[in-house]
Write a protein that binds this ligand. Structure first.
Ligand SMILES: Cc1cc2nc3c(=O)[nH]c(=O)nc-3n(C[C@H](O)[C@H](O)[C@H](O)COP(=O)(O)O)c2cc1C
Ligand code: SF4
Length: 495
């Protein structure tokens, strides 16, 4: 796991928990309107992939139990994990790319309604992503994927000090590359080929020579719109369009998007498809479904978009009529760690990944509310444009004085807490009931994230070994971890 320079283990912020009376007076536990949807409180469990869907992307009992467990803590909103909008094999990623998924998703919605007594509003995050291949063994890369051209011949000739391009057969040149060292590869391959060799091939929005990439602006609005219509049919309160992290729509927003077809280059070009997707979704679902998006306040890697871009995006999304804006940071492929041969590059392993899910091993800024300044700037710019769209903030938010301070200072409107809610799905309810000292506090070591990284069922180290011998407890495939947090023993007495 990457750590910033000067990183050391930082202490958790001292906990200040409210009494039940203080909680009742707080901004945190006051309602807020997100377009057509009222959140009874400003608490939000952001999208977290738990790897519990089937290989064909269907809802499972374990997935229903996962969301019902969050709902039992009665947060204002839960956002269901990134869910694929296409009807294509995507491993065990939850999917919504066909009508056959609606029934399973409806079961999930019903379970959340029941577990939260109808209080928690339920959103689903809609994602599109581009192809990412595993890092190949070098010999396989050279023999199967590399197409030798004049450029390779010319660069190889220069590298070995010959003036005219080499005339050896492709097979001979490939054999030289296979036995060659890194310096030879650096000299002969293009930067894109080097990346495919060392990290695995991945598509980018700039690859307009590929028909499926060129046509994204024609295809995506309808794919997102149909997915949103299915979410509506399944009974969700809203959809969150995933415009963040390492995925297709974030690729369009990125400063690295240099498409020349009107969907890249300038800021207005880069935001064009995200706006067209939103408009298609809205035209399909009408005004009764809340529609918002998640996007980045900063891509973090060199050459990526910065907070100034995010401020402009925020104003444009709000102006277009989105009902909420959920902010995140980083989580990109561009600075990710090199994967082992046979594994795919993972966007949360480099500096931008760190900023997305900062750990307790931090520089002086620490992980707690680390991204608030940038998020508050985006919100402030939206307000200065005369727009009131609620902004969801996240990143190491874990303690009452901190989050109430953020709300009261106007730095954010809704408090997103992913890992703290995983550590203790009842933490909002405990705060509200004046039971703060009972809260299990997240350690921010990213044990859960390491599981996510390996596509293993995500659990929390604070509770996944509790009562493992109980036969009624659902366990991971290897039987070593329980899949949901134990029930809140104190609820009966505090209700
Ligand atoms: C296991 C795990 C899975 C995640 N999956 C998603 C996801 O599907 N979509 C998303 O936008 N963010 C995802 N995130 C990022 C979180 O939503 C959140 O932005 C991040 O963890 C920082 O918030 P926190 O400090 O409250 O955990 C994931 C985080 C974790 C730990
Ligand atoms: S596994 Fe660690 S970082 Fe993840 S939620 Fe639990 S305590 Fe927090």
């Amino acid at each position: 796991m990457w750590r910033p320079p000067g990183a050391k283990r930082r202490p958790l912020p001292p906990a200040h928990w409210p009494t039940a009376e203080e909680a009742a007076q707080s901004t945190l536990f006051s309602p807020i309107q997100l377009g057509p949807v009222t959140l009874p409180q400003r608490t939000w469990v952001p999208a977290m992939v738990p790897w519990r869907a089937t290989e064909s992307g269907e809802v499972t009992d374990a997935l229903v139990a996962w969301y019902a467990r969050f709902a039992a803590g009665r947060p204002g909103a839960v956002v269901v994990e990134a869910t694929g909008i296409r009807d294509i094999p995507s491993g065990p990623l939850l999917r919504i790319g066909h009508d056959r998924y609606v029934e399973g998703l409806r079961r999930l919605v019903d379970a959340v309604r029941e577990a939260s007594g109808g209080e928690t509003r339920l959103f689903i995050q809609l994602i599109d992503f581009l192809a990412v291949k595993r890092r190949p063994p070098p010999e396989k890369y050279f023999r199967r994927f590399l197409r030798i051209d004049d450029g390779h011949r010319r660069r190889l000739a220069t590298h070995v000090g010959v003036e005219t391009p080499l005339t050896e057969s492709d097979d001979t040149l490939i054999a030289r590359l296979i036995t060659g060292d890194e310096a030879l590869h650096d000299a002969v391959l293009t930067s894109r080929e080097l990346e495919s060799l060392r990290y695995g091939y991945r598509d980018r929005v700039n690859d307009v020579h590929l028909p499926q990439i060129r046509d994204l602006p024609q295809r995506l609005p309808d794919l997102f719109a149909q997915a949103a219509a299915r979410a509506q049919a399944a009974g969700f309160d809203g959809v969150e369009l995933h415009y963040a992290h390492a995925y297709t729509m974030a690729g369009f927003l990125s400063r690295t998007n240099v498409r020349t077809d009107g969907y890249g280059g300038s800021l207005s070009g880069r935001i064009r498809l995200p706006l067209e997707v939103y408009q298609a979704v809205r035209a399909t679902v009408g005004p009764t479904l809340a529609v918002g998006c998640r996007f980045l306040v900063d891509e973090v890697f060199e050459g990526g978009s910065r907070v100034d871009d995010a401020c402009a995006y925020g104003v444009a999304f709000a102006d277009a009529g989105m009902d909420f804006l959920s902010l995140s940071k980083g989580g990109k492929f561009e600075d990710a760690k090199q994967p082992k041969v046979g594994r795919a590059v993972y966007p949360y392993t480099g500096p931008s990944g760190y900023e997305c899910m900062p750990t307790i091993f931090a520089d002086e800024a620490g992980p707690f509310g680390r991204n608030i300044d940038a998020m508050a700037r985006v919100r402030q710019t939206i307000r200065e444009a005369g727009l009131e769209t609620p902004v969801v903030v996240a990143g190491g938010l874990c303690e009452f004085r901190q989050i109430e301070g953020i709300l009261n200072a106007g730095l954010g409107d809704v408090i997103g807490a992913a890992r703290q809610s995983l550590a203790d799905p009842d933490w909002f309810a405990k705060m509200r009931a004046g039971r703060g000292p009972e809260i299990l506090r997240c350690l921010y070591t990213n044990y859960c994230e390491a599981l996510d990284n390996q596509h293993k069922e995500v659990t929390c180290q604070l509770w996944d070994k509790v009562q493992l011998k109980d036969p009624t407890v659902q366990k991971s495939r290897d039987g070593r971890r329980r899949l949901t947090a134990p029930p809140d023993q104190g609820r009966a007495t505090s209700d």
